[in-house]
Design a protein around this ligand. Sequence first.
Ligand code: FEO
Length: 667
Amino acid sequence: MYFTRNVTNDLVWVGADDRRLACFEGVYGVPDGVSYNSYLLLDEKTVLFDTVDKAVYQVFFENIKHTLNGRKLDYLVISHMEPDHAYTIEALISRYPEIKIICNSKIETMLGQFFDIDFSGKLNIVKEGDTFSTGKHNLTFVMAPMVHWPEVMMTYDLTDKILFSADAFGTFGALNGRLFADEGDFFGENLDEARRYYTNIVGKYGAQVQSVLKKAAGLELNFVCPLHGPVWRAHFGDFLEKYLQWSSYTPEEKSVCLAYASVYGHTENAANILAGKLVEKGVKVRMFDTSVTPASYIVANAFRCSHLVLAATTYNAGIFVTMENLIHDLVNHNLCNRKIAIMENGSWAPASGSLMRKELEKLKGAEFVFDNITLKSSLKDNQIAEIEALAQKIADDICPEVKVFEGGSVSKAEGLPVDDGAFKNMTYGVEVLTTRVDGKDYGCIINTACQVSSSQPRKLTISVIKKNYTCDMVAKAGKFNISILTEDAPYSVFEHFGFQSGRDVDKFADCTGDERTLNGIRYIPKYTNAVLSCEVIDVRDVETQTVYIANVVEAKVLSGGKSCTYAYYHAHIKPKKNPAPAETEGYICKVCGYFHEGAELPDDFTCPLCHHGKEDFEHVVPVKKVQQKGYVCSICGHFEPCDGELPDDYTCPLCHHGKEDFEPAVQ
Ligand code: FEO
């Protein structure tokens, strides 16, 4: 039975999923399957863009027949001759013998190599920039050599702005009914497999990918249709950005890809100790056992991380086989510009370290950040310092100390005056910070989001009070959203997110909607004008606050409302209430209004409601009232000051009752 989906009104996906393939290209495990995409354009002429692997030929031909609905098939455009897309060309021609083929001259050569068919009179050879009209649609052709084979070309539909991108922008994984990337959480669920696909299939050809990306940069794109994985019709810029990073061998994150090969666990033990020390120093570690995790996954993570630490035992006087295989793959996939450290082990003649280094020196831009560490059978106490030093060296690289200026003509003791008033003249926005951990949503109010870089990827910082539960959750999740509040936000929004803790309540329990960005984190759709999704790339401890530095990975405008500033909140949103009991001395929180009774406020005091520190409290001293003697009217409560007796003819100025209704009182 056919199964097709429409990309547009006249373009139909006629491909198929394969979930039974053990190894793509005989090498790469695809536990989530793979899709072979083919597209059929129904214009005045009918045009098929590529065929599929033999594994799914049956449903493919049913799809074509159903979609053509009795029409003849006029053209086949061939983008790529690798058999996962070209195998069924011969069967296609036998079913549709009048079909003409549009391809380039390199494809023509390969057609002759793969098939014993007479293609004469069938081929329409095109080159870069040629155009071809199918009726309403005008196609042009873009050569993309080595993305992934030398003959590859892409086709651009000038009419509907569709790029048929061949292997580029593909992803491992069956479609499972989801044709478009935006029909699921691509960046949350599929990016790892997209990275593994890219790095292993075309990772070697970064320069060629960059040159195609330059060509694509000038095209208006409504749809991008790759040969594997979902079609792009939204958020393509985010995926393109990943391609720019991968193809330029730029690490996506400052982190360590730590891979080890261990026969009896001693090398693994040293790798674990190193990982622990790195994590203690705030370094993110992605760790792999080369005997367990296939090389394609480790290669993908080596592209992802800035640092690479490889640890391997010596085996047959060489490198242990699974590590040797991994290094071979890293070199063959042309990984560049990584900082590298090596650990070797050997009970009588350790040799793996020097051999690994010799191979890794082939990587362009490789920088070895530490001398090889050598274990003799197992790690000993006297080598812990060496492991510590390696961890510190990497941590210094990844989390550089912030240098605080202390010198100059003004010493700390004589410090320049700091007028708090100067800070009051700074402007701040107000935002709801949200994140998600273990399926639970968290959020709090902050006024500290600040863009720090407009180059790609854009970066921002947030500072969060450590005692806020959301602060811990952001650290765990490594990602967050910022919803920018607008001036129409009521006080209840600030109370809800600002004056209660996620430790005690689920702040989203009563939410009716479930608006989330692609990272799966909620955002606030009402009383806001924008949301920015961020991935943490660095963390700083600043006394009572944690500062997160993050890449902005998604951003959208939610409304045209005016952003609420911190000053606007205080002037127009926060209720003007009597700040404190007039007769009691204490301290009032300027942020949330909490009153702390007492003459002293400890230096380390933090507000139990909003967790702001002592600096945000105002000292309230009650005005001492002079007690007065007098008389109070028992009818209306009017107090008449009087040190002696009320005159006999006295009448209350409010209720006009006489002296007989007054009683002595002190106020
Ligand atoms: Fe999907 Fe290069 O073939």
